[in-house]
Ligand binder design. Structure first.
Ligand SMILES: Cc1cc2nc3c(=O)[nH]c(=O)nc-3n(C[C@H](O)[C@H](O)[C@H](O)COP(=O)(O)OP(=O)(O)OC[C@H]3O[C@@H](n4cnc5c(N)ncnc54)[C@H](O)[C@@H]3O)c2cc1C
Length: 263
């Protein structure tokens, strides 16, 4: 690694001040530290936000679950409120990476990083969540403009994410066997006003699939999803899978997710 200085603020105000002054936020370190070891990232200062109390915790607010940015995947996976209100979210967290990644990785770090194969961005988008920062609330539909890019300004930190509780939801991913990231993952959520389908792992960042959403809003059945032809447009091919393979997976995983959501 290149040399850096290290700060460990204990308040949100201090964390925001340090980030605004150019400090790089360090959450679970599962992505950032590896990038630094590879010398792909060389922050002059790390701002470890582990001790900031305002970023911790899971609570229910009306018809939403609000999850603090520093909540670890392992904690989301077992939290009773998450398991009863949005079991699909607990299932998603329980299947991220391996035990070590789940013990350290955080929801805020995952969403801020917006890896094109990460699981959480699909939940944020399908569940029409709101990403909260100290100064504003950002709708999921506006948050993920492109892979590894978000609507956050330089130095702006995620404080929590609010997930509306759906009628039904499910997440199914086809794992990339080495990393367990999503080769393709599909999050389906049914609300009173319609169905949202978000896809991760397509290669170019998380996105909603309008054809599947329209078909499932008309009829929330695996058969309705099976009737939708998924185009290869905007999907990428690489050594793990061709665009055609990914398109087929999106259709198949959506059918399975709907079947799972129906119980
Ligand atoms: C082997 C391995 C397997 C994995 N498998 C999966 C998987 O199956 N599915 C999946 O979804 N993910 C997977 N991940 C990713 C992992 O789960 C973490 O979510 C991810 O590394 C980022 O979270 P973090 O807390 O470690 O963030 P960090 O690495 O600490 O930070 C990542 C980035 O986010 C920024 N950041 C962190 N917190 C905030 C905040 N509150 N506000 C603003 N910016 C912030 C940092 O500055 C940095 O740029 C895997 C990672 C590894 C190493």
């Amino acid at each position: 690694m290149y040399a850096f200085t290290f700060e460990r603020p204990t308040s949100l105000a201090d964390a925001s001040r340090l980030a605004a002054a150019g400090g790089k936020l360090l959450a679970g370190g599962q992505t950032l530290l590896a990038s630094m070891k590879l010398r792909l990232a060389n922050p002059e200062q790390l701002v470890d936000i582990t001790a900031v109390r305002e970023l911790a915790g899971i609570r229910r607010e009306g018809q939403s679950l609000v999850i603090g940015a520093m909540t670890r995947h392992a904690d989301v996976a077992v939290h009773p409120e998450v398991r009863s209100a949005i079991p699909a979210l607990a299932h998603l967290a329980a299947n991220i990476g391996d035990r070590q990644v789940r013990a350290l990785g955080t929801i805020g770090g995952s969403v801020a990083n917006n890896d094109p194969a990460a699981c959480y961005p699909s939940a944020v988008l399908a569940l029409k969540a709101t990403v909260n920062t100290p100064t504003r609330k950002i709708a999921a539909d506006d948050f993920f403009p492109a892979m590894f890019t978000t609507a956050l300004n330089e130095g702006e930190l995620i404080t929590s994410i609010a997930f509306p509780i759906p009628k039904r939801a499910a997440y199914i991913k086809f794992k990339q066997q080495a990393s367990r990231f999503a080769l393709v993952g599909v999050f389906v959520a049914q609300f009173d006003d319609g169905v949202r389908v978000a896809v991760t792992g397509g290669g170019n960042g998380v996105f909603r699939h309008q054809g599947l959403e329209q078909a499932l809003t008309r009829s929330f059945t695996p058969e309705a999803a099976a009737g939708v032809k998924v185009s290869t447009d905007n999907l990428s091919g690489d050594l793990h899978a061709s665009a055609e393979y990914r398109a087929n997976l999106i259709g198949v995983l959506t059918q399975r997710a709907v079947a799972k959501a129906l119980g």
